[in-house]
Design a protein around this ligand. Structure first.
Ligand code: B12
Length: 216
């Protein structure tokens, strides 16, 4: 079945807010090897959120619809983790640790979770540590886990300021830790001018390219 058809079938389940069908549909495609995890994330799950349009006028209802859709996708991501563990056995490990998070005030976390899964599939030792993470918690997580990289996912442009502060402190206290940025807040290049960072990776393809660079 073509990815476009799979996407349309999945959207139908989501529009009906049918969690059971949404989850079982995509997991059966993985079981039957009709879709890889990467294809599922790139061509089905990410667009189902990025292009979400609410079809009712009441803004409050729309927010709830957004929450419900996100919770269905979250359940799928948690379920896919078991498939990632299996796939990881076939992947050559990259002996480098990445801590993935969203900074304080940033509640959009689906991109960050997907990115942490993608990094695992590339062989990194990646952990997603949470959304809305305050600066002091980030610094203590670095102290605890001593990662090679910290990956910040930022969606809302209002959170650029806090991201800039976090990056400055990471540089000051942990100069050996490389900083990776990603997320919709950086779609406009100007957002980056005040931030000290090492890598900006826009999407899943960029992560694959990055993994190749690191191992070459
Ligand atoms: C779901 C959702 C929510 C949920 C989030 C729930 C959750 N647990 O994550 C809830 C309801 C909480 C929410 C709240 C808000 N939201 Co909202 N939300 C969305 C929605 C529909 C989907 C976001 C998503 O998950 N996308 C799917 C993921 C996979 O995409 P992604 O994050 O962009 O990730 C991709 C890349 O950016 C990249 N990437 C992302 N992070 C990283 C990190 C690294 C290291 C790397 C390498 C790559 C990378 O990889 C991914 C694959 O390509 C978007 C619509 C949209 N266009 O995205 C609006 C959207 C992001 N929200 C928006 C807004 C305005 C808000 C609110 C301010 C208002 C509101 N609606 O209540 C609040 C703010 C909350 C806060 N303080 O953060 C706007 C942002 C506009 C802007 N640019 O400022 C959007 C675009 C909607 C719109 N069209 O207006 N939202």
């Amino acid at each position: 079945m073509k990815h476009q058809n799979i996407y349309e079938n999945f959207l139908e389940h989501l529009k009906n807010e049918d969690k059971e069908q949404s989850v079982t549909y995509v997991l059966s495609l993985l079981d039957e090897k009709k879709l890889s995890i990467e294809e599922l994330y790139k061509n089905v799950l990410a667009p189902s959120l990025i292009f979400f349009e609410c079809d009712v006028d009441d803004e409050e209802i729309c927010i709830w619809k957004e929450h419900l859709r996100t919770s269905i996708i979250r359940t799928i991501l948690e379920s896919v983790y078991a498939y990632i563990v299996k796939r990881k056995r076939e992947v050559r490990p990259i002996n480098q640790k990445v801590v993935v998070l969203t900074p304080a005030f940033e509640y959009h976390e689906i991109g960050a979770i997907m990115v942490s899964h993608f990094l695992l599939l590339q062989g990194f030792n990646a952990s997603y540590i949470g959304a809305n993470t305050p600066k002091t918690e980030i610094l203590s997580a670095i102290r605890a886990y001593q990662p090679d990289y910290i990956a910040l996912s930022v969606t809302n442009p209002y959170n650029i300021v806090v991201t800039e502060q976090i990056c400055r402190e990471v540089r000051k206290f942990f100069p050996e830790v490389k900083i990776i940025l990603g997320g919709q807040a950086f779609d406009k290049q100007a957002a980056l001018s005040s931030i000290s960072y090492d890598y900006l990776l826009e999407d899943f393809d960029a992560i694959e390219k990055f993994a190749k660079e690191v191992t070459s």
